[in-house]
Ligand binder design. Sequence first.
Ligand code: PLP
Length: 383
Amino acid sequence: MLYFDYCATTPIDNRVLSLMIELGERVFGNPSSVHQFGQEARGTIDKARRQLSNAINCQPKEIIFTSGGTEANNIVLWNVLHEKKKHVILSAIEHPSISKTISLLANWGIEYTIIPVDSFGIVNPDSVRKAIRNDTGLVTVMFVNNETGTIEPIREISQLCLEREIYFHSDGVQALGKIPVDVRSLNVTSMSFSAHKLYGPKGVGALYLCEGTRLNPLVIGGSQEGNFRAGTENVPGIAGFGLAAELAIAILKTEKDRLRKLEQHFLECLTENIPNLTINGHQEHRVPGVINITFPDVPGDDLLMNLDLNGIAVSSGSACSSGTLKPSEVLKAMGISDRLNRRTIRISFGRYTRKSDVHVLAEAVVKYIQQLKKVNALSETHA
Ligand SMILES: Cc1ncc(COP(=O)(O)O)c(C=O)c1O
């Protein structure tokens, strides 16, 4: 089986898994308990907090561990209800944990403006500037898009917000481990992360929250996570996240270069045989190893299914919408027609992808596209 869906999730790193198993057995105390069992668990969380804060360049106390990227995004968005300024600005390509939440918040009087993207999927900071109102309380634009890998100009957007004292949140789930993430120089108010996108466990995430920012908890109860997120902590999961972040940062540069080369190699193999394909997203402002491709001659789902039957996993559009036939909202926002939208797949490489795997994938894609083209041509002549 070959896996090319690293944007949906990554396999857990063996070193992370070993640590989690070891801690799961040995460190079972409640981190809030004062005795030694509790203190060992507390120390384990503190270490992970330091590891993650080193990875994103912030203070350990600016990290709030959560159940994942979705919860980290939700904490920030639901807070708008507590604020006087009830207008939110978001981009047209946000993950559903942002876009759906904001459209739901409209039921409670939140108003919002959606900023369009250009054909490369990039938000123009000037459009954000123009959309800012006197009652804008929050701007949220993701760092890296999960379908195309496009990197958004969040430093420019955060600058705009800083000058106007507006809260700026960014979904950094697809950025951490793929490109450098320095929250301090990015000047964001908050940023969300998820462990399972960087070879850590599922069900663990974090919110970076700039020191001094007011925020009400979404999950209410005990005083864990500096009163920002109640509930007994998932100690092995959090420790796994800390280690996963440290490991990812240690090899970031070499992995970036390696994945870029793999991607180039793959595209060379493909374009030789399928000249009419298009790559969606920005050519330069894109994380390496995420390739969103339209093959105009064949439905993406047919291709996906054929590959899957032969042990090769890719994704159609975003992972959350795979399995449904709905065209991708992200590609729609980029001006891609519904027809071409349905003829698009997402391939994402990662730490365990080898050059020989990429060869097998390229050969399989070329083979199935040629087969499917013939089948489609036949069914059109018989129609
Ligand atoms: C950009 C982005 N944000 C948020 C999430 C949600 O993260 P989690 O799965 O940890 O809830 C995902 C996961 O697919 C994502 O890609």
